[in-house]
Design a protein around this ligand. Sequence first.
Ligand code: GDP
Length: 314
Amino acid sequence: MSGHVVALSGGVGGAKLAQGLDLALAADELTIIVNTGDDFRHLGLYISPDIDSVVYALSGRADAVRGWGRREETWTFMAALKELGGADWFRLGDGDLAMHVERSWRMAQGEPLSAVTARFCQALGITAQVLPMSDDAVRTRVLSSEGWLDFQDYFVARQCQPAVREVAFAGAAQAAAQPAALAALARTDLRAIVICPSNPFVSVEPILAVPGMHAAIEAARAPVVAVTPIIGGKAVKGPAAKMMAELGLPVSGAAIAQRYANLIDVFISDERDPLPAAVAGVRIQGAQTLMRSSDDRVALARAVLAAADAVRDA
Ligand code: GDP
């Protein structure tokens, strides 16, 4: 079956399935709407961690061992910065830095984030459409046991240690959804919408908080498939499981399926876990969702597409 696929993605977990979809689909069949709630300014530079993770994954530049940033990275800048007494809590590799410098000066000249992202994709040979959820600033903030924290203060500087009580998306209500994202969701040849196995609270929900995004997904003429980021009661990486517990939710794929229940048609749980109990209006099925290799990513992408096609054919 052919048709267009729209994926919603955060950084690391989302980027892996986005890469699988990219490899499984033809060149012009994929749009990825990426969370920008983690974006921030650091050392005068505009940093967009989730866009960068997706761009590195799709261009084959991601570091599989470290799990973030570019492969074959060097750290001369960081060492020199430290020598000068500069802020070293957020690690910027030399190659990675080029992306932030190039993006920052272009944005300072008035180029929107979406245009800079498209420029990078073209330069790095990415054929999928990679779209920031909005060109307006949306900033994820965490109400923690230590008060309100900006996302990177919580995530990197405090290493997710403070307990999370609430998550907010400052600026979301005033942000304009990326027009190309809304256009992709409205396509008549839409085959599937995929919610990647990203952190629901700080990667997927910021996208859904941008006015018009949720409604566009609901109105879209394609099945919506979400993949669990929780395997065996744990997050593969990052604070998703810890956050769930702190927010009073059971740490399970089932709780994620419940959270997305009003939006999705299919929930893909990990085959190692017992299949979650029925959720009204949602088909639940198991698959191998741990993506260690490129083959794993493509296999999961194919399983997701097959699940969407089965809903459509039913
Ligand atoms: P972040 O913005 O960099 O934190 O990226 P995401 O939100 O996209 O990814 C973090 C989530 O991805 C975590 O909740 C992980 O459990 C999940 N994740 C990472 N790798 C995998 C994987 O191979 N399989 C599945 N199912 N989930 C994964």
